[in-house]
Design a protein around this ligand. Sequence first.
Ligand code: MN
Length: 216
Amino acid sequence: MTYAFPPPESVSLAISGERAKFPVRRVYCIGKNYEGHVKEMGGDIARSQPIFFTKAAETLVPSGTDILFPPNTDNLHYEIELVVAIGPDGIFGYAAGIDLTRRDIQSEAKRMGAPWDRAKNFRQSAPCSKITRAENIDIQSAQIILRKNGEIMQSGRISDMIWSIDEIITRLTNDMDLQPGDLIFTGTPKGVGPAIIGDELCGEIQGLEPIIIRVI
Ligand code: MN
């Protein structure tokens, strides 16, 4: 096999306490998965169905990354989310991720009935912590928090999800395709809001490694 030019390096995430890396395949995301967030976005719980979208694996950045404020937005939003990492034998582990969103572009896309790619799938839009192996973690009862400059902006529990982890996995398996290396951002609790240049965002999920980024 020869290439016309060198292929990009494959994307991977660190695994807590291990030298081996988790090889990333695809990044699935689910929208509208916490009642409080559906309400704050003006949605209707009764008619709410899960919405799936994707981010390119290349949008992943590790904790400690300086995020360059993205172009063409006046409203960059944070969304703290549990990330489920799929391995060869089902759930491999969990991480804390931030689904960075150009909210103004998303609002326009919703009005136009257009895809969300420009709102969700831009450079550095998927900060994600190291992965912690799933063994011995009671993720259901874990608290999920986002702090902006030390102040708690988002707070919820994984058990508050509308669609459970198992339901999301079943749906992705039957409706799309789920393979080892895939990540799933599982939606955000209420309290999303803007981040501006200089802000430090810290996402914490009990039992997992934190995700800390700064917008520059
Ligand atoms: Mn999200």
